[in-house]
Structure formats: structure tokens, C-alpha cells
Design a protein around this ligand. Structure first.
Ligand code: NAD
Length: 496
């Protein structure tokens, strides 16, 4: 059985390990590896190593840093299949989807290649007689990135390239459920010329995370995961004086107006509801059908589900298994609660016949109709292949429903009415909005992040906000000696 350990100082950790956790292949349901779980003493050792590396790395020129970034970009593109295979083997998502997340991650690397432009400061000549002012942004030092299981490559890539390009050292704590993609990428960074210690990969669980959140040398934390853990991370790390962006859970709605193209809307609902088996923070889990489109839309979605093939992600299927048996059982329990709660079960994914090993963590696409907001299948983030249709009488009722959600990650409206779409864009209280686009994940040069309980902290990931998060501003006021200087004046400096 494979043993996966930490990546510290540019090599696998050879020190003692007290605790390990299992890594599964979800499509066969077997444990394929054991991953080390770092205790606080290993965290302390790794962070100290990173502190030393950060001090050197911040001195490297922008040209030296971007040369590493460009080389990493080429290596990641060349090894995309290898990273994708590692994702499918541990997460279960189908290979094409795994490759898709590597591609979206690559876009952030490409954005980070332009870091010299992003770090340009301002300069004002002659703000006062003989006085000039300029601003710079400097790295923070050691920053921690803690990522979830559902995007083992893309979410680390939202942060790591930007933080490194800005001159920081990064300690990455990937999900212990699918740790291998991070290890493949750590080796690629080294091949690209990144000095040892600038990127550390520490595997672990809540013990590891808590040690990072409270370590005095960690300056900032970028976290992505469920809302309760995001809140814990935000409260703990800010209490320890750190800068924090903690992206949390989601419950994304798709509002379908009566004038929408229903075939387009049904395609979108199926793609966004069942892609990656619903294990996406931008998945659509609630379709809000404005009267009278409900019956026709549900029929179209059900027809499309009937053509989906669930199975092993290496066999060209449309949808893979869930990540663990425990998670599958939780989602199956929620499906049962939906039936008991009175929702109409249109397609029952529990009856799926997968193209894969009988031991896999299977649940097929599931469709509920006439779901109401008091049901647990609506209130809870299911994070599985379960799509709920809710029916409303008007646009205003639909908007109020979306805005009443405690989450505000993503949403979409389907309509051919530009005025209605424009109104929705203005009125909806959600951070990322799609107009006839079901999964509106922003490009790398914009910033990714939700509102309300989908984000704790105020800075979103990548784009200009990401650069801002990983740097701090400094303003320098300069006067060179000239005949006009001198004289004691205790008054507050004003500009003349
Ligand atoms: P999770 O919260 O269980 O775990 C996320 C990370 O936190 C992992 O690295 C894990 O080891 C660590 N962790 C888990 N429990 C912890 C605890 N009690 N204390 C400290 N650390 C802990 O999330 P997950 O199941 O890996 O990922 C799925 C969740 O992530 C979903 O809720 C999904 O919506 C969310 N997510 C959000 C976004 C976003 O951009 N908002 C993106 C992807 C995933």
C-alpha cells in the first residue's frame, strides 16, 4: 500500500509519524494509500523551514520569480493528465472533469505570470515642495492554504501561484481524502526552479489545521471548505492576529423564467447539478421554476438524467462515485428524508446500476420536484447528485427565495429577457451570478468568492483581490536634500 507523506524542504518527510489516515479509490471502495497526519511539532518544524525560505525568496527579483512561474505553467500543462489521473483515483470524478479543473487552475498560474504588472505601485512627484511619494506592495512571509477534497488541484492553484509570485512562502494543507495531486504539483514546482522550502505540503486533519491557525509565524490563512469549519478557521486565525479569507459552503439556485429556452435550461440544470456528482461549491442544487414552466422543465430534466451513465471515472462515464462511503450514506439519508418530508421523488439515484466495481461509493442522479424551503433537502448543503425543483408563482417570489438563503456563493438566471436578467443581477444577494450560464466561475483575472455564509473575511480568491490578500501596502515619502530643507517645526506635516 502506498504511503503519502509531507513535502518539506523540497523532499519527502523522513521524520517520525504517529498518525495516518486512509485514502480510498471511491470507484472500487478500497483503501489504496495511507497518508501521514501532521502533529503540531511537525507543523512547527515545517513553518520554521518556510520562514527561512520566505526571507530568501522575497529578495528574488520579479524576473527570477516569473521565470519560475512560466516554467511551472509549462510543466503543469505537460503533466495535466498525470494530475488528473491522481484526482480521479482519489476523488472519483470522471477524468474529463479532473482535466477540466487542472485547466482552470492553469489559468491562475497564467495570471500569476503577470505578477510584475500586478505589483506595480503608484508614484506622485512633487506632493509637496521637493517631496515625492510612492507605494509598494510587499509579501507577508509565510502563508497557509487549507483546501477541501472536491478540487484537489484547482483550489490549491487558486492561491499558491499568486502567493508565491508575490514573494511569500506557502504551507499547503490539502484535504486528507485526496492528497496526491498536491504532491505531483510540489514536484513540478521544484522542477520549475522554485527554491526548496518556498512550497511545503503538510498533510493532516483538524489537529494540523489548528496548529497552523495558531502558529505565530503564519501571517495569513486562505481556507476553502464547509461553512462550520470556515467559521472556525476565521474566528481562530483572526483571534491569533492573522489575515484570513475563509470560503465556505453553498446552496446555489437557478431561477428559470417563463420565457427561458427550456432545453437550454434543462441541459444547464443537469450539467450543473450532476457534474462531479454534485460535489462542487458552484453546483446547482435548487432549480426555482417560475409558473408555468415547472412541469415541462421537470420532464426535460428527467429525460436527460435517463441518458446519463454513472460509473468508474476511468471508463468514459458521465458521473463518478461520491468521495467516501460515509458521505454517500449521508446523502442517501438525505434522499430518504426528502421522501419522508413529502417531496416528489422523480428519479431515484439509489436504484442506479453503475458501470463500476460493486464496492464503489455509488449514488445515481436524483431528482426531486415540489420541494419546499422547510425540507432538510433544501436547507442542508447536500454536496451530492441531488437536484431539487421548487415552484414559485412570480419572479419576485423566486428572487425572495434566493435572497433568503443563508448562503450566497453562486446563482444563475435563465431567461431571454435582458431587462429581467439585468434586474436579477442588481437585486440578487450572491457573489457570482450567471445569466444563462449555470456555473459562473470567474476567470483567473477576476476574483472568486461568495457572500454571506459562503465567505468569512472580505477578500476573494485570485485576480487583483488575491494579489492584495497576499501582500501588504507600504507608502514611502521621500525628500532629498536641497537648499530649502531644514528648520524645526513641531506642527503636523501638511503639504505646501
Ligand atoms: P471540510 O470543511 O470538511 O474540509 C476542508 C478542509 O478543512 C480540509 O483540509 C480538512 O482537513 C480541514 N478540516 C476539516 N474539519 C476540520 C475542523 N474541524 N477543524 C479544522 N480543519 C478541518 O470540507 P470538505 O468536505 O473537504 O469540502 C467540501 C466543502 O467545501 C463544501 O461545503 C463545499 O461547499 C465547500 N467548498 C467551498 C468552495 C468555495 O469556493 N466557497 C469551494 C470548494 C468547496
Amino acid at each position: 500500500m502506498e504511503h503519502i507523506t509531507h513535502w518539506i524542504s523540497g523532499q519527502p518527510w523522513t521524520g517520525p509519524t504517529d498518525r495516518t489516515g486512509p485514502v480510498h479509490d471511491p470507484a472500487v471502495g478500497r483503501v489504496t494509500a495511507r497518508v501521514d497526519l501532521a502533529d503540531p511539532d511537525v507543523v512547527d518544524h515545517a513553518v520554521r523551514t518556510a520562514v527561512e525560505a520566505a526571507a530568501e525568496w522575497r529578495r528574488s527579483s520579479l524576473s527570477q520569480r516569473t521565470r519560475v512561474l512560466f516554467a511551472f505553467r509549462e510543466l503543469l500543462a505537460a503533466h495535466a493528465q498525470e494530475v488528473a489521473a491522481a484526482i480521479t483515483a482519489e476523488h472519483g470524478k470522471v477524468l474529463s472533469d479532473a482535466l477540466g479543473e487542472v485547466t482552470r487552475g492553469l489559468e491562475v498560474v497564467e495570471f500569476a505570470c503577470g505578477i510584475p504588472h500586478q505589483l506595480k505601485g503608484g508614484y506622485s512627484e512633487g506632493v509637496s515642495t521637493g517631496v515625492d511619494v510612492h507605494s509598494v506592495r510587499q509579501p507577508l512571509g509565510v502563508v497557509a492554504v487549507i483546501s477541501p477534497f472536491n478540487f484537489p488541484a484547482m483550489v490549491p492553484l487558486w492561491f499558491v501561484p499568486v502567493a508565491i509570485a508575490a514573494g511569500n512562502a506557502v504551507v499547503l494543507k490539502p484535504s486528507e481524502k485526496d492528497p496526491s495531486a498536491s504532491m505531483v504539483m510540489a514536484r513540478l514546482w521544484q522542477q520549475a526552479g522554485l527554491p526548496d522550502g518556498v512550497l511545503t505540503v503538510l498533510h493532516g486533519d483538524r489537529v494540523t489545521v489548528d496548529a497552523l491557525l495558531t502558529h505565530p509565524a503564519v501571517r495569513a490563512v486562505s481556507f476553502v471548505g464547509s461553512t462550520p469549519v470556515a467559521r472556525h478557521v476565521y474566528e481562530t486565525a483572526t483571534a491569533h492576529g492573522k489575515r484570513v479569507q475563509a470560503l465556505g459552503g453553498a446552496k446555489n439556485h437557478m431561477l428559470v423564467l417563463p420565457d427561458a429556452d427550456l432545453d437550454l435550461a434543462a441541459d444547464a440544470a443537469v450539467n450543473a447539478g450532476f457534474g462531479s456528482a454534485g460535489e462542487r461549491c458552484m453546483a446547482i442544487s435548487a432549480v426555482v421554476a417560475v409558473d408555468p414552466v415547472g412541469d415541462a422543465l421537470v420532464q426535460r430534466i428527467a429525460d436527460r438524467i435517463g441518458r446519463l451513465r454513472t460509473g468508474d471515472g476511468r471508463r468514459g462515464c458521465d458521473m463518478g462515485p461520491l468521495v467516501t462511503a460515509e458521505h454517500r450514506d449521508r446523502v442517501v439519508g438525505l434522499v430518504g428524508a426528502g421522501v419522508d418530508g413529502g417531496a416528489d421523488l422523480v428519479v431515484d439515484g439509489r436504484l442506479v446500476e453503475p458501470d463500476g466495481d460493486a464496492g464503489g461509493f455509488w449514488l445515481g442522479p436524483t431528482l426531486f420536484d415540489r420541494v419546499t424551503t422547510d425540507m432538510s433537502i433544501y436547507r442542508e448543503e447536500i454536496f451530492g447528485p441531488v437536484l431539487s425543483v421548487l415552484r414559485v408563482a412570480t419572479y419576485d417570489e423566486g428572487l425572495a427565495l434566493v435572497n433568503a438563503s443563508p448562503y450566497g456563493n453562486g446563482t444563475a438566471i435563465f431567461t431571454n429577457d435582458g431587462g429581467a436578467a439585468r434586474r436579477f443581477e442588481y437585486e440578487v444577494e450572491v457573489g457570482m451570478v450567471g445569466i444563462n450560464v449555470p456555473v459562473p466561475v470567474p476567470m483567473a483575472y477576476y476574483s472568486f468568492g461568495g457572500w454571506k455564509q459562503s465567505l468569512f473575511g472580505d477578500t476573494h480568491a485570485h485576480g487583483a483581490e488575491g494579489v492584495h490578500f497576499f501582500t501588504r501596502g507600504k507608502v514611502v515619502t521621500t525628500r532629498w536634500l536641497d537648499p530649502s530643507h531644514g528648520g524645526v517645526d513641531l506642527g503636523f506635516p501638511t503639504h505646501t
